[in-house]
Write a protein that binds this ligand. Structure first.
Ligand code: 5GP
Ligand code: MN
Length: 314
């Protein structure tokens, strides 16, 4: 593990890259590492490359310095965090590919394996939890700890998903000891919703349908629904979690429309269906209980295919 810090020590110019549509764990791990390096190493040039992040994450230190545009620059070291394959680096793929040395740190079971140094722990609750194990407790600042804590909160659904282990809670405790504003992070970045978001959620839940004897629930948010409530994909956070806890349900499916014939599917399961298998079959990825994929084609046709695959596992 010290190898990782040695690699950082040796590099002058470092790029940190996450995945497209950055979520809490992605933003938290990227900014957590950014702060850790800035706090502990002199004379480093560190750049974080991410697509625009949600407003609620902008309080994190360094968020205002994130680069949203790719550059023609060759870094000594590029570090990929929370990203299962190089396609998901999106417009920043070149920065990763062109770096002299590359490292991947991730927790997605579907990870394809890339980078000169490849670290994967598919049992870790979050990339933030995994990243914590590479750095030194004594030199973690409050700002760095807040980034990592936020990522853990988001990927564990506030410490409740099955990947939440004894170690997850120990690490969360260590981060809290650094002065993390726990309630602020949980309420303001995980639970808080806007009025419009509530309306979108309401309509999505109202339209939800049960399948396979009530073991599966699905709903689709169309472009028109986004328009009706003046909302975007960022306002879909948390909806699949509400579907997931419907009594009797094993699998929850939330889709939202990205284009005329393009839908993003979020899949969640409760205890035995492996949804990552289904996402991978369509070219996506994720974890056993939470996976996602973009699928081209008619929504109803795709849903039927997914339901058949779930039926095989039920
Ligand atoms: P969500 O449904 O919340 O977007 O994602 C659930 C999990 O699946 C996350 O760990 C996310 O990184 C992963 N995931 C979502 N969409 C994709 C995708 O299109 N490709 C891959 N490889 N993973 C995805
Ligand atoms: Mn993650």
């Amino acid at each position: 593990m010290n190898n990782f810090l040695d690699n950082i020590k040796e590099a002058k110019c470092i790029a940190i890259i996450g995945h497209i549509n950055p979520d809490g764990d992605c933003v938290g791990s990227c900014l957590g590492l950014y702060n850790y390096i800035c706090d502990n190493y002199e004379n480093k040039q560190v750049d974080v490359y991410l697509q625009p992040i949600a407003t609620k994450f902008r309080f994190l230190k360094g968020a205002d310095l994130i680069k949203n545009q790719s550059e023609d620059k060759v870094y000594d070291l590029a570090i990929s965090l929370d990203c299962g394959d190089t396609d998901r680096h999106g417009e920043f793929s070149g920065i990763f590919a062109n770096a002299k040395e590359t490292i991947c740190i991730d927790h997605h079971r579907s990870n394809t394996g890339f980078g000169n140094y490849f670290y994967l722990d598919a049992d870790a609750s979050s990339t933030c939890e995994f990243l914590y194990r590479f750095i030194c407790y004594g030199t973690i600042s409050t700002e760095c700890a807040e980034c990592l804590y936020l990522g853990m909160v988001h990927d564990t659904g506030v410490f409740k998903y099955p990947a939440t282990s004894e170690e997850t809670m120990t690490i969360a405790g260590k981060l809290i000891s650094k002065g993390v504003r726990t309630q602020y992070i949980i309420d303001e970045t995980f639970y808080k919703v806007s009025y419009n978001q509530n309306q979108l959620t309401g309509k999505a839940l109202l339209n939800a349908k049960l399948h396979l004897d009530g073991k599966v629930i699905s709903t689709c948010i169309t472009t028109d629904m986004f328009k009706e409530f003046n909302t975007t994909k960022d306002d879909t956070d948390g909806i699949v979690d509400k579907l997931r806890v419907t009594d009797g349900v094993e699998v929850a499916i939330l889709a939202y429309q990205k284009g005329e014939d393009l839908f993003k599917f979020s899949l969640r399961s409760i205890s035995y269906v492996d949804v990552s298998k289904i996402a991978i079959a369509f070219g996506g990825g994720g974890h056993i209980r939470a996976a996602g994929v973009d699928i081209k084609g008619d929504f109803d046709v795709t849903l039927d295919k997914i339901l058949k695959m779930i039926e095989e596992q039920l």
